[in-house]
Design a protein. Structure first.
Length: 348
């Protein structure tokens, strides 16, 4: 499905590392998202919003505010305001479901905690003795992508909420002694300009992958950027149609990779290579090892292979490790990426 009002993802010139990191999170959402850093005007936001063009489909209960699948449990339904659906689910009846594309939900920098987490209708609770939940952005983002532009400028209390939800896969709404929880498993995608401030280390580590993007130095590519953007601005629908076939092929490639991923294997020697890399660059904990492993398998699946190769480990390490090196400011991560790349190529 092509979105006519959004610049097509496949029409973005260059920025291959950024595209690759986003593909990997579509193949395996447990990679925990990607942080895209770079100067202004380098297609960071354009790329994330354009993902709608190539996102896979999922099955959801029709109009469910919590994005539940038909096979999900009914605990969340007990406090849902959609009475007809709730009664059917609680009564064991089948409800209408549909297949739709994974959604990109945008979290504005100035969003309030209630807007992000959701809230409880206390008046309804007092008057009728029943909890009624008003879902927030975390409910809308469940099983989808939560996009935060200028993620480094988020208020601390919103960062704390995101950290809790990302760690637990659950969002809890609490107010005046009343509590309600619902699933909140999402791919977190953040964009930022490092010149505008650092990112809290706790949130930084929650991003599975990181990439740095910058303006292209090749004059031909810069001209191509101008020509494509001018063509899109003049005729968005026509421009999207011209790229629709390539968008379809990319979406199918991602779907095939998602299906293949569970069957991808990796040699134990390659696991030792990943461990050695993580020890060499000095990362804390074990999240980096696990993310590198998952990314390498996703890369193999994208290549249509059921076995990880050395090149997949190298590429995965370059995406998963630089932002996890101890006590390194964001502005120095490019040096770390080059160091990781060099070490990965020397690994046995």
């Amino acid at each position: 499905m092509t979105c006519r009002n959004i610049y097509p993802f496949v029409a973005i010139v260059g920025q291959d590392k950024m595209k690759q990191a986003l593909y990997l999170n579509l193949v395996n959402p447990t990679l925990s998202g990607v942080l895209i850093r770079g100067e202004k005007g380098t297609a960071k936001s354009t790329a994330v919003r354009a993902l709608a063009d190539i996102l896979p489909k999922i099955q959801v209960i029709k109009d469910c505010p919590f994005q539940l699948a038909p096979e999900d449990g009914v605990d969340v339904c007990r406090e849902c305001f959609r009475l007809e659906c709730r009664e059917k689910r609680l009564g064991g009846e089948k409800v209408e479901s549909m297949f739709r594309h994974i959604r990109v939900v945008e979290l504005p920098v100035g969003a309030t905690e209630d807007r992000v987490v959701g809230t409880l209708d206390l008046e309804h609770a007092i008057r009728r003795g029943q909890k009624r939940v008003e879902p927030g952005l975390l409910a809308a983002a469940h099983r989808g992508i939560l996009y935060v532009d200028e993620v480094n400028l988020l208020d601390d209390h919103v960062v704390d909420v995101l950290l809790d939800a990302a760690a637990m896969g659950v969002n809890t709404i609490e107010r005046e002694g009343i509590s309600f929880s619902h699933p909140a498993r999402f791919v977190l995608v953040g964009t930022m300009n490092p010149e505008e401030g650092e990112l809290r280390p706790q949130l930084l580590d929650r991003f599975g992958l990181s990439v740095f993007v910058q303006g292209m130095a090749d004059r031909n590519e810069r001209v191509e950027v101008m020509e494509r953007r001018a063509a899109f601005d003049e005729d968005p629908e026509g421009f999207a149609v011209r790229w629709s076939e390539e968008s379809r092929r990319l979406a199918e490639r991602i779907e095939r990779a998602r299906a293949l991923y569970p069957r991808v294997s990796i040699d134990r020697q390659q696991l030792f290579a990943i461990a050695d890399l993580c020890l060499e660059v000095g990362v804390d904990g074990h999240r980096a090892d696990i993310i590198t492993l998952k990314a390498a398998k996703a890369l193999a699946a994208l290549d249509g292979l059921d076995k990880v190769e050395e090149r997949h480990v190298e590429a995965a390490a370059e995406l998963a490790l630089p932002h996890r090196v101890r006590r390194r400011p964001l502005m120095d991560m490019d040096d770390e990426a080059a160091r990781v790349r060099a070490l990965a190529r020397k690994a046995p």
